[in-house]
Design a protein. Structure first.
Length: 527
């Protein structure tokens, strides 16, 4: 009965998935396995190759060999194949995927859905955030863990039989940092988070071999600090004189599902896994007022799998385009960095920067994205003209040229917290102190220590002491103000407050990353 159910699901969802859209391909129902790998790669993945020369498609040989091996096992039962498969740990399985993806850049992986066994789901559950909010079913991490063995066994069975269904996503609107606007946050149920985390682990093992070095957001082993400091060291050589900063309007809400599926199929030849991802993309969204919205585009912010899908999308839309098209057309050198939908592209020549800024909106429009013009601009960033050069913003910091104290003729790149981020952080601290002032003083001070240390861990870098000191002063003024509003009586005078500060042991704004990072290599000048 499970096998018949799975065949019906595959036939029904396969026909729905590939209907319409840019470069629409034929429906892949029961005839999907019968089509040869090379013909499918050449004719149906992205249409005409010349329509977008940046898309990497398989050569067909690896897919054809995989199909022959699959045909040889087609007569075996499912249980016989599972018994003949050696048991391997999750880490060794992911390492094997990563090695295969690195050695064969055009290989398309099959039978990935079979990796979603109980062992993989248990590993995925252990990686979830325990304090995350519950979904529409109200089941929290701790409640699901109470009967973990039975829950995971049941979830594995439903995945194997094709009975797994993605549940609705609970949407909450939260304030956007530095703005009075609200940002949508999607909260899946625990079971969906488990399966999403397992699929995310598989996708990361494959796509990490393809992602470019310039992409730093939502990737394991890469942090914002390393990217910021390395970019600063590279810009210090003065080769970059023009910078284009760009931001995409409502990126996570406007990802086109059909384009995303075709991008995933560049590496994945397993329609079961593709359909599983589409289920999450198409899952209904339960609004705060009780309405259900069926999304036609986008991926919910807050979903476990959303970051890797967003990176894959922009890998084709922006990263490969810059490296393979923009750099070839430019007469000077080009360097770029991207963190999610926020990117900066540095140019040696002004005409190259103007051409890129002119072509970028058209490139994004092809994939149903829009450039946020109010957050995008081109600025002069010339080491030999520091007084007339502008500044650009990346990851909450302003990059600007400043003359050194020892030698006023010499200028270096410095970083400081943007005014917008500083105001937003002070306002957030004010709201928290206002709402938490009635707590016991030891509890209040303990939480404040953690908040301050988290802020210093990100913003306390070399050259940013003036802004961190300003935030430190603002926090202490706010703390004095709201401690005196715990009751109708005044709790402290300013002198009493200052005398108590050492006993509270609030962390000072010390530099978290004092050592300089290695600079980024500039690409060779195009011929």
């Amino acid at each position: 009965m499970c096998a018949e159910k799975r065949r019906n699901d595959c036939s029904e969802e396969g026909g729905t998935l590939n209907s319409g859209g840019p470069g629409a391909e034929p429906s892949r129902g029961e005839n999907h396995e019968a089509a040869s790998g090379s013909q499918r790669n050449e004719e149906t993945e992205w249409g005409d190759r010349e329509s977008d020369p940046l898309i990497i498609v398989g050569d067909g040989r690896t897919d054809h060999m995989a199909k022959e091996r699959a045909d040889g096992h087609r007569g075996q039962s499912t249980h016989a194949r599972e018994r003949s498969t050696p048991i391997r740990s999750v880490s060794s399985t992911l390492s094997a995927l990563r090695a295969k993806a690195g050695k064969e850049p055009k290989h398309r992986f099959r039978s990935l859905a079979r990796l979603l066994d109980r062992q993989m789901l248990a590993e995925a559950f252990g990686r979830l955030r325990q304090t995350a909010a519950a979904g529409i079913d109200g089941v929290s991490y701790a409640q699901y863990e109470e009967n973990l063995n039975e829950n995971l066994t049941n979830l594995t069975r439903r995945l194997k039989c094709g009975q797994y269904r993605a549940q609705k996503v609970r949407r909450r609107w939260i304030p956007k940092v530095g703005s009075d606007k609200l940002r949508p946050l999607g909260i899946p149920v625990v079971e969906d988070k488990i399966v999403q985390q397992a699929v995310r682990m598989i996708l990361e093992s494959i796509w990490e071999a393809d992602f470019v070095e310039e992409s730093i957001g939502y990737r394991p082993g890469r942090g914002a600090h390393q990217a910021l400091l390395a970019l600063r060291e590279t810009l210090n050589d003065g080769c970059c004189r023009w910078v284009v900063e760009a931001d995409i309007r409502g990126y996570f809400e406007n990802i086109d599902h059909r384009w995303l599926v075709r991008m995933l199929e560049q590496r994945i030849d397993d329609q079961r896994l593709i359909r599983l991802i589409v289920k999450w993309l198409k899952a209904g969204i339960l609004e705060e007022d009780g309405r259900t919205v069926d999304p036609e585009s986008g991926t919910p912010q807050g979903g476990v799998i959303s970051p890797i899908l967003a990176n894959i999308y922009l890998h084709f839309v922006q990263d490969l385009w810059i490296k393979r098209e923009v750099t070839k057309r430019c007469k000077g050198r080009v360097l770029f960095r991207r963190y999610a939908d926020d990117s900066v592209v540095c140019f040696e020549r002004k005409d190259d920067a103007e051409e890129y800024l002119k072509a970028l909106p058209e490139r994004l429009a092809k994939f149903h994205l829009e450039l946020a013009s109010e957050k995008s601009s081109m600025v002069q960033f010339n080491r030999w003209k520091p007084d007339t050069s502008g500044k650009f913003t990346f990851l909450g910091f302003d990059f600007y040229w400043a003359r050194t104290r020892r030698n006023p003729k010499y200028a270096v790149v410095k970083l400081r917290t943007t005014s917008k981020k500083l105001r937003a952080s002070v306002l957030a601290m004010k709201e928290w102190l206002k709402s938490s002032r009635s707590q016991r003083l030891p509890d209040l001070i303990g939480t404040l220590r953690r908040k301050l240390q988290g802020y210093w861990n990100y913003y306390a870098i070399r050259g940013n002491s003036a802004m961190t000191a300003k935030y430190d002063r603002e926090v202490k003024f706010l703390l004095f103000k709201w401690l005196n509003r715990r009751s109708q009586r005044r709790s402290f005078t300013w002198n009493q407050f200052i005398s108590l500060l050492p006993s509270w042991k609030l962390p000072p704004p010390r530099i978290a990353f004092p050592s300089p990072q290695l600079p980024l290599p500039w690409p060779d000048t195009p011929a």
